[in-house]
Design a protein around this ligand. Sequence first.
Ligand code: NAD
Length: 331
Amino acid sequence: MTVLVTGGAGYIGSHMVWELLDAGESVVVLDRLSTGFEWAVAPEAKLVVGDVADKELVGGIIRDSHVDAIIHFAGSIVVPESVADPLAYYENNTSKTRTLIETAVREGVSHFIFSSTAAVYGGAGLEPVREDARLAPESPYGLSKLMSEWMLRDAGLAHDIRYTALRYFNVAGADPRGRTGQSTPGATHLIKVACETALGKRPFMQVFGTDYPTPDGTCMRDYIHVSDLAAAHRLALQRLRAGGQSLVANCGYSHGYSVLEVIESVRRAFGRDFEVKMGDRRPGDAAAVVANSDLARAELGWTPQRDDLDQIVADALAWERILTSKNSARG
Ligand SMILES: NC(=O)c1ccc[n+]([C@@H]2O[C@H](COP(=O)([O-])OP(=O)(O)OC[C@H]3O[C@@H](n4cnc5c(N)ncnc54)[C@H](O)[C@@H]3O)[C@@H](O)[C@H]2O)c1
């Protein structure tokens, strides 16, 4: 049995590949390397460079490698880009996911795990959001993912395929062993931006809005360590293989940190100050986005191991340093 990881050369997918290999699984990665990196794929995994919508290619991989499960990370992930070019997002995230599901059904792959997102919810309040909260994506990105969830639901009703859609909150940190991490140039994730600023890769960073109805006035998010997220997928895989029914579940820690708390944590880890400018709110930012993760804990038996902001930041900062030396070695 082999697991096909799409997008396995990207940030989260590359951690998933290590998680699976560490658990003794055989892994094939399919990635077109648009934002991912060949070097990010663990050498023990087979990398196929190509597109998830290439039916012949994917069918061949499934047959040749005896794939019994697909973990589908491949996609486009930048929310403002999805607003500027919605059709590209519906193409890469929705349309190509449809084709991949079709190939999975045709080839008899009956386990499918899908990267969904907290962006499927509408503007959340300060309370942790449950899976049955109102679904009202505020961007084409969020809608492109919600439509994929719905296609999986309907395919699951009509065909022999069971799925788990995990709705991630703010994924952060890096492999604690320093094997991979977030490497996308120009990434906008707060912890990554703060680490880059601390290391002098950016002259300063900006806080967007200090008058939100939160304890310190800055936005609050639920930051989940990428290794805990990968562990949730491994448990979801086990559950599906054991006959578990399809599931949609949040992945977060059920509590949030403010932008200023994150910046303080990076200052503590770095040991020195760096420049932070206070600015106005950005359109579209909710005051707080925090998961209720009771369902994932109960259904997957998921117990996060790295629910600690300082640890997430320490791992992210360590990876940022490794990335600096990798990039300078490459010239
Ligand atoms: N990073 C987050 O905080 C976050 C939050 C919620 C959901 N997600 C979801 O998790 C998944 C992974 O995100 P990430 O942060 O690792 O992004 P990433 O950009 O690092 O990884 C995506 C990978 O998919 C590949 N890819 C894109 N389109 C492809 C295609 N058509 N065929 C083959 N490969 C393709 C890219 O080359 C890249 O390696 C995405 O689906 C994203 O929507 C991420």
